[in-house]
Design a protein around this ligand. Structure first.
Ligand SMILES: NC(=O)c1ccc[n+]([C@@H]2O[C@H](COP(=O)([O-])OP(=O)(O)OC[C@H]3O[C@@H](n4cnc5c(N)ncnc54)[C@H](OP(=O)(O)O)[C@@H]3O)[C@@H](O)[C@H]2O)c1
Length: 349
C-alpha cells in the first residue's frame, strides 16, 4: 500500500491529511436553526416529534454515529463495512421496506426510516448513497443541525450539491470509494485496500480519512477541478472494461466458447497484460499486430468481425486507433504503415 501511496503522490494526487484534528463532536451544539423538516421515529418514518437536541450522539473522541441514506448497491455495503470496523451505524433511510429489512439484517440495531429527513435526528454524520441525479432533491429535503456533517458517495459530482442542507455549524463533503459495488459482501472485501476520494474542509477530511482507514481503505484528496476526469477514468476501468469483456465474449462465442470459457481463456491474457503494464509501463505493454505493422492481419480481423460480430466492430476500431497512436509514440510503427492501418479502419464499419 505504501507503494500505491507513493505512486499517487507522484501523479499529483495529494494524500489526505490524516494528521488533522479528530471530528469535533463536542462543538457547536446550539440548535441554531429553526427550519427543520421534522424527525421520524418509527420504521415507516411516519411519526414525528418535536426536536430537542438530536445531534452529538457519539461521546467526544468516539467515531460519529453514521446514518446512511440509500439502500441500493453502496449504502448497505458501506454500512456493513463500517459496523464491522466498530463504527456506530445508527440508521438507514430507504423508501423500500425490503431494503430497510435487509440493511437491518446487515447492521443489527440500526433504526430504519423511509425518508432521509427522518434519519437526521438519529445520527451525527449522514452518508447520502443515492443516484447522482437524486442528490439535489434529497439534499434539499434535509436540514442539518449544527455539529452535523453530510457527505455523498458520488465520484462525478462535487460536494457543493449538498449545500441546500447546510445550516450554521454544519459541514459537507464527499466520500467516493473506487470500488465496483456489484455485490454487498464482495464490495465489503473490495473496500479493503481501495482508494477513497474525499472532499471536505480539513476537519471533516480528517474524519473521512479516519473512516476510510477504519474500513481498510486509503483516502486521497484530488487536485481541484479534477473530479470529473478522475471519475471518467474510473468508469472506463469498471463499466468500460465490462463492455470490453462483453465484446470479447461475443467474439469468443463465434469460436464456440461460452462466457465462462471466454473469461477463462482471455482473462489470463488480460491479467498478463495488466502485469506487463505494471512492470513495463503502458506503452511497452502493447503487443499484437499493430506493433508489428501487420496490415494484412488487421484487415483479416475487420473482415471476420464484419461477418461474425458486427456489433463489436466499432469498439475494435476505436481501440485500434488508440493502439496505432500508442505504437507511433513508442516509435515502433512507420508513418506510412500507420497511415495504411488508419485507412483500413476508416473503411471498416
Ligand atoms: N455502484 C457503484 O459501483 C458505485 C461506486 C462508487 C460510488 N457510487 C455512487 O454511490 C451513489 C449510490 O449509487 P448506488 O449504486 O448505490 O445506487 P443504487 O443502487 O441505484 O441505489 C440508490 C438508492 O438511492 C435511493 N434513491 C433513488 N432515488 C432516490 C430519491 N429520489 N430520493 C431518495 N432516495 C432515492 C434508492 O432507494 P429507495 O428507492 O429504496 O428509496 C436506492 O436504494 C451514487 O452517487 C453513485 O455514483 C456507486
Amino acid at each position: 500500500m505504501d507503494e500505491t501511496l507513493r505512486e499517487l503522490e507522484e501523479r499529483g494526487i495529494v494524500l489526505d491529511p490524516t494528521s488533522g484534528e479528530a471530528y469535533g463532536h463536542a462543538h457547536g451544539h446550539d440548535d441554531d436553526h429553526d427550519h427543520h423538516p421534522g424527525a421520524g421515529d418509527d420504521p415507516a418514518g411516519g411519526h414525528t416529534h418535536p426536536h430537542r437536541h438530536a445531534h452529538g450522539h457519539a461521546a467526544p473522541g468516539d467515531p460519529p454515529v453514521v446514518g446512511i441514506v440509500g439502500g441500493g448497491a453502496v449504502g448497505p455495503a458501506l454500512g456493513a463495512a463500517l459496523v464491522r470496523a466498530g463504527w456506530p451505524v445508527g440508521a438507514i433511510a430507504t423508501r423500500n421496506p425490503g431494503r430497510r429489512a435487509r440493511f437491518q439484517a446487515l447492521v443489527p440495531g440500526a433504526r430504519a426510516f423511509a425518508e432521509a429527513a427522518a434519519l437526521i435526528d438519529a445520527v451525527d454524520l449522514v452518508i447520502l448513497a443515492v443516484p447522482d441525479d437524486a442528490l439535489p432533491e434529497v439534499a434539499g429535503s434535509i436540514r442539518l443541525y449544527s455539529g452535523q456533517a453530510m457527505v455523498h458517495t458520488s465520484g462525478a459530482i462535487g460536494a457543493e450539491v449538498l449545500e441546500p442542507a447546510m445550516a450554521a455549524g454544519t459541514q459537507i463533503g464527499s466520500f467516493h470509494p473506487l470500488v465496483a459495488f456489484a455485490d454487498t459482501e464482495l464490495a465489503v472485501g473490495a473496500l479493503r485496500g481501495a482508494t477513497i476520494a474525499i472532499e471536505g474542509d480539513d476537519q471533516l477530511a480528517a474524519l473521512l480519512a479516519d473512516m476510510a482507514e477504519a474500513i481498510g481503505a486509503t483516502a486521497v484528496r484530488l487536485a481541484p477541478g479534477s473530479k470529473a476526469a478522475y471519475h471518467a477514468a474510473a468508469v472506463l476501468a469498471a463499466g468500460g472494461f465490462v463492455a470490453l469483456l462483453d465484446a470479447i465474449a461475443e467474439l469468443g462465442a463465434v469460436t464456440g466458447l461460452d462466457e465462462g470459457g471466454s473469461l477463462s481463456i482471455y482473462g489470463r491474457l488480460i491479467e498478463q497484460t495488466l502485469a506487463n503494464a505494471r512492470a513495463l509501463g503502458i506503452e511497452r505493454a502493447l503487443t499484437g499486430p499493430i506493433t508489428r505493422g501487420d496490415v494484412g492481419t488487421l484487415a483479416g480481423h475487420l473482415a471476420a468481425m464484419r461477418r461474425h460480430a458486427p456489433g463489436a466492430l466499432p469498439l475494435y476500431v476505436a481501440l485500434a486507433e488508440r493502439e496505432i497512436a500508442l505504437a507511433e509514440r513508442r516509435g515502433v510503427l512507420a508513418p506510412d504503415v500507420a497511415d495504411l492501418m488508419r485507412r483500413s479502419l476508416a473503411a471498416a464499419p
